[in-house]
Design a protein. Structure first.
Length: 231
């Protein structure tokens, strides 16, 4: 049986080399590395089977930060981050990645797992869009990690996945996420009423988007001009 994460582990490659995969363009690939203002080196690379321990540990530690902004867990937070839950999550992501519907990234800072970026619901053809989502471990907050990771993910969606439009949502009660998206050139398009079931109740979300024509350069290039990334 095809193992997309085994393939990802064997075939990590830089996105600027070689043609895009015809079935799942942009995956499995590693983004360029960027440098944060404090000197930290950050990149996105495919989620791998070996990431399970880090995924579980960081998300269990950060329940107080993640639970209020993520879809309601079907069981307890601990059960939702068990070894079995990780395996189920990985299998689902692997199937979707194999079909070209999702690109599951890890945020790596100084070679360490500090969060995730996901490009989801990828559609080509006349729709040609996806959504981007992300989370960052609390110990890495305050350094511009989320902003840099969102930039790399958005650029990857346009340049390597070949999409025309990238969308995102954030809770009105989470303005920090809105600032991350605004810094990356996303514009507000509306309010989605009772959009997702978050932390036990249906919540409104601010809907933002950008298209390939909105900006003449990349998110990373704009962040460098703003001093949010080192040149």
């Amino acid at each position: 049986m095809f193992d997309p994460f085994g393939r990802a582990e064997r075939q990590l490659r830089h996105p600027d080399t070689g043609p895009r995969d015809p079935v799942h363009p942009g995956w499995p690939e590693v983004t360029p590395t960027v440098m944060l203002p404090d000197g930290g080196r950050l990149l996105l690379r495919p989620l791998l089977r070996r990431d399970g321990r880090d995924w579980r540990q960081l998300r269990l530690l950060d329940e107080e930060f993640l639970r209020p902004v993520e879809p309601t867990a079907p069981t307890s937070w601990e059960d939702s981050h068990s070894v079995a839950a990780w395996r189920s999550n990985l299998m689902g992501l692997g199937d979707a990645a194999r079909r070209g519907q999702i690109v599951p990234f890890v945020i790596e800072l100084g070679g360490r797992f500090v969060g995730q970026v996901t490009l989801g619901n990828i559609q080509h053809g006349s729709v040609s869009d996806c959504w981007i989502g992300y989370w960052v471990h609390s110990a890495a907050m305050g350094r511009g990690v989320a902003t840099a990771a969102c930039a790399l993910g958005t650029d990857h969606a346009f340049r390597r996945v070949g999409l025309h439009r990238v969308t995102a949502t954030y809770l009105p009660s989470n303005p920090a996420s809105g600032r991350v998206l605004q810094a990356n050139g996303f514009r507000e398009e509306g309010l989605m009423r009772r959009n997702l079931h978050i932390d036990g109740q249906w919540r409104d979300h601010v809907f933002v988007a950008q298209t390939a024509e909105d900006h003449p350069d990349t998110c990373v290039a704009r962040l460098r001009r703003q001093g949010r990334l080192r040149s």
